[in-house]
Design a protein around this ligand. Sequence first.
Ligand SMILES: CC(C)(COP(=O)(O)OP(=O)(O)OC[C@H]1O[C@@H](n2cnc3c(N)ncnc32)[C@H](O)[C@@H]1OP(=O)(O)O)[C@@H](O)C(=O)NCCC(=O)NCCS
Length: 255
Amino acid sequence: MDLEHKPLTTAKDSVVIRPFYPSDASQVLNVYFTGLVSGVDSAGYFAVTRAFLHWTPMYIAYILSFSGGGVLLLALRTDFQILGLVIVLLSCCFILLIYYRIRNTFLGYYQDGLRHDMTDISQYYRQDHEKNGSPIRCFWVAEIPSMTSETGYEVVGCVALDCSTNNNGPLMGELKRLFVLPTCRKRGIGTKLMQTVIAFAKEKKISSLQLETTNFQPVAREMYSRLGWYHSATRDSDFEAGGMKMNFVEYMLPL
Ligand SMILES: CC(C)(COP(=O)(O)OP(=O)(O)OC[C@H]1O[C@@H](n2cnc3c(N)ncnc32)[C@H](O)[C@@H]1OP(=O)(O)O)[C@@H](O)C(=O)NCCC(=O)NCCS
């Protein structure tokens, strides 16, 4: 099948799932960044929300900064004013430090991807790999029509299949890079992207799929369970946000 130019699936509201074109690169990186680091329901967003809204040390920092601010305003020209200033500065530094640490962690994951398959998506996921009996890989995007974009469309989601191990045993593929822009969620695009990978994997005689997510992505986990994936393993990470440790969670789907 020529995957270069044929849309694989068309959703009812003009969403088209098709293989990646090189001209999609910058839009895909935006979807990737939003989905991992900054957008609603991304792991980075979950970690920040958890730390800022559900963590006792953060509440203490809020209370201290308000009380320090009060002392600063009321205790004019007394030694207490310096104390108030120190309390405000220390609590603000704590809040900023937590934010910086969380953001840096997820920027690190983003940059790891940039050093790996996301550096040059067309090269890593190129279709002619298969011709030499080499890895089966493909990268898809979800596009919607756009009046404002020069290309006439906007990339709003992506997903990848990476089936690199081919040691004469059953083929096992990895589903990766599943992201949908927050403005386009809950329209079935994520599900359609996954169905596209599953259909392609079946066509390529891949016997099972695996994926890795985290306990900081509850929406994605819920979706995997609903689509028949089963939880196969959990690995600890060193990272903790808002008093909650992040774990890497693996899922499998026999095909
Ligand atoms: C996970 C993700 C790809 C789902 O994309 P999507 O286009 O919203 O998916 P769908 O529209 O197919 O919805 C899947 C289900 O999740 C539900 N859902 C989506 N967003 C939700 C939210 N914020 N809260 C609760 N449920 C939500 C949908 O209602 C739907 O369930 P339903 O079929 O029972 O109605 C998207 O939320 C996302 O990009 N999240 C951030 C990145 C991420 O976690 N990616 C996974 C990497 S491992």
